[in-house]
Design a binder for this molecule. Structure first.
Ligand SMILES: [Cu+2]
Length: 352
């Protein structure tokens, strides 16, 4: 509504400007003046719309992992080796697979989701989304979960596992101060997720307790520039509706810090919808198409599209190559989400 009012105001102001300048310049210079004033009017309109499109003024100061670092980090690869060893360890097993051990802590933490907008989050390891866990099909995954938060929490993984590892039943809740070890074999390969499964579920998920769990196929996918994108939203006034939307938490972050990619390189996105309160979310890429493998569990017969819609908890593996250098916008095709923060840029560099 605000946008509509503003839009009308700008249009009326532009028209007044055109009319006023045109009448002043009546006579020989009319045509020139009209063109000049049209340019001024168009410039004003573009500027105001651009300001609107860019969303909030200013920048956030990310605590912990920045959205840029988050994109290409998994198994705590963003940490220096010594520190990383506190959270992640891999041990070869006789059959050639790995035992992958993780240390995950639920922690209450305030995070900045848009400039000056702070959200009292519940986090895995102090970040939203939580750390990306990544294994290969057939590996053993062991996650030591410690609840340092103020409410009961769990970790519920998508993928094959026995029911006692599901983290969803009332007696599987981990109380504040408690701990639990989740252990299972990594399968099937694909793009999965994990999240808290304590009740009320949508509150526990929405507060920030979710992350990505990638299982690579045994015969690895081709080398690519890979990145993780979590579509999320934040209900900042607790009215069961989101006021801020984003990919990887911070509104409009990638508008200010475009995601750098190389022209011609294979780019692979691991995309998941973890938005609560809205049933669906979507990803639309400008000027290009991509192959979309839903859930990433098959490698043939992808959907070839420029827009993919995902329900809550749904995910997909997207692959594409940038054909031209320059900036390519991506955003939710729900325009409201895009305007409230779910919008970013890829910056393709190099020569075709
Ligand atoms: Cu929880």
């Amino acid at each position: 509504m605000f946008w509509k009012q503003q839009s009308r105001r700008v249009t009326r102001r532009s028209w007044l400007q055109l009319a006023g300048l045109g009448s002043l310049a009546a006579g020989g210079g009319l045509l020139t003046s009209r063109v000049a004033s049209q340019e001024r009017a168009v410039g004003l309109t573009v500027m105001e719309h651009a300001a609107h499109t860019m969303g909030p003024v200013g920048r956030v100061t990310p605590v912990g992992v920045s959205p840029t670092t988050y994109l290409r980090s998994w198994n705590f690869s963003e940490l220096a080796p010594e520190r990383r060893a506190k959270f992640y360890r891999e041990t070869p097993r006789p059959d050639g697979s790995l035992l992958r051990e993780y240390e995950i802590h639920a922690v209450d933490r305030e995070i900045e989701i848009a400039p000056g907008v702070f959200f009292p989050a519940w986090t895995f390891n102090g970040q939203v989304p939580g750390p990306t866990l990544r294994a290969t099909e057939g590996d053993r995954v062991r996650v030591r979960f410690v609840n340092q938060g103020s409410h009961p929490h769990t970790m519920h993984f998508h993928g094959w596992h026995p029911p006692e590892m599901d983290g969803s039943l009332p007696d599987q809740q981990v109380m504040p101060g408690g701990a639990f070890v989740y252990e299972f074999d990594a399968e099937p390969y694909g793009m999965h997720l994990y999240h808290c499964h304590a009740l009320p579920l949508k509150r526990h998920i929405h507060k920030g307790l979710y992350g990505v769990f990638i299982i690579d196929p045994r015969d690895a996918r081709p080398d690519a520039d890979e990145m993780v994108m979590v579509m999320n939203g934040f209900d900042t006034n607790f009215d069961n509706d989101n006021e801020v939307y984003a990919v990887n938490t911070v509104a409009h972050y990638y508008m200010h810090e475009p995601i750098r990619v190389r022209v011609g390189d294979l780019v692979r996105l691991y995309l998941v919808n973890l938005t609560e309160f809205d049933l669906v979310n979507s990803f639309h890429l400008h000027g290009m198409f991509f192959d979309a493998h839903r859930t990433g569990t098959r490698r043939d017969a992808p959907e070839h599209t420029d827009t993919i819609m995902l329900c809550q908890g749904e995910r997909a593996v997207l692959e594409t190559r940038f054909r031209y250098p320059g900036d390519f916008m991506f955003h939710a095709h729900q325009s409201e989400f895009a305007e409230l923060g779910w919008m970013g840029l890829f910056r393709a560099e190099g020569t075709p």
